[in-house]
Design a protein around this ligand. Structure first.
Ligand SMILES: [Cu+2]
Length: 270
């Protein structure tokens, strides 16, 4: 797990998800008026870091922590009572073109902590969201100085976004939380495997680049450099990653050992 340094905070409008972006600010919906979520004191030392992933669309790094009950939830099972999930959002360092800079692992570099989004599940919570209710979760977002980014009265925006995760996932976007048990790295993929194809099928990188493949198919693929090594074992579906660093300049064909028609080319420049 990459360590994220403690950084200063700036006041910017951080948003939790796509839905909030599209909602007019004047629009309101029912929400709790009292903060029963509470700022998660000491979460960095006492919670379990669950996952870090980069979001190119929002130009954010997101770091997820869970308290002991949340971290103990088996994959796919509902979260236990008094689960607390914390999502830190960081603005990444940007280059002159406003493109996120990347470290040697291809990951964004945290610059500024922009928000601390908290969701807490407790018996009886959530009813005040009305039609936006997501089980027994309530939400709030804070800045590092504990002031509100999203106060309880506005936290229906969080609930309405988490509605998309659905009851079967206990209203939590959990695909990105598979990291500890699987090979989902949270890196932005360079190549996506979809419908038994490499997308894109040609890629040009500089020597030393760590290339990330993400399997968005329904089945296993098995990646191999033709006349070269198999890239780890089977690459399982539904968002798992494999990564390989290309240090030697040249032309490489990457294929699937299970589906011979799946072929791609990677050009490595010096
Ligand atoms: Cu395949």
């Amino acid at each position: 797990m990459r360590q994220v340094p403690i950084l200063t905070v700036t006041v910017i409008a951080a948003v939790c998800g796509a839905v909030f972006n599209g909602v007019a600010h004047s629009q309101t919906a029912p929400a709790p008026l009292v903060d029963r979520v509470e700022f998660p004191d000491g979460y960095r030392s006492s919670y379990t870091p669950l996952f870090t992933f980069d979001r190119p669309d929002a130009r954010q790094i997101r770091v997820i922590y869970g308290n002991a009950p949340a971290a103990s939830a088996p994959e796919g099972a509902p979260f236990p009572n008094n689960s607390i999930l914390v999502m830190e959002t960081y603005r990444p360092r940007l280059d002159a073109q406003n493109t996120p800079l990347r470290d040697a692992d291809g990951r964004y570099l945290p610059d500024v902590l922009t928000g601390i989004f908290v969701m807490r599940k407790y018996r009886g919570y959530g009813a005040e969201y009305g039609a936006n209710r997501t089980g027994e979760w309530e939400y709030a977002a804070y800045r590092a100085d504990r002031s509100y980014l999203t106060p309880p009265r506005d936290s229906w925006t969080c609930a309405s976004c988490h509605l998309q995760a659905g009851q079967s996932r206990d209203w939590v976007f959990r695909r990105n939380m598979l990291a500890e048990r699987t090979s989902h790295t949270g890196a932005v993929p360079d190549v996506v495997l979809q419908q038994y194809a490499f997308l894109p099928s040609t890629l040009r990188v500089k020597a030393g680049t760590l290339v990330t493949w993400l399997n968005d198919d329904e089945v296993d693929h098995r990646l191999a450099v033709v006349s070269g090594p198999v890239i780890e074992g089977p690459l399982q579906p539904h968002g798992r990653n494999h990564r390989l660093r290309f240090n030697t300049p040249g032309e490489f064909e990457v294929a699937c050992r299970i589906h011979p028609a799946m072929r791609s080319r990677i050009t490595v420049d010096p």
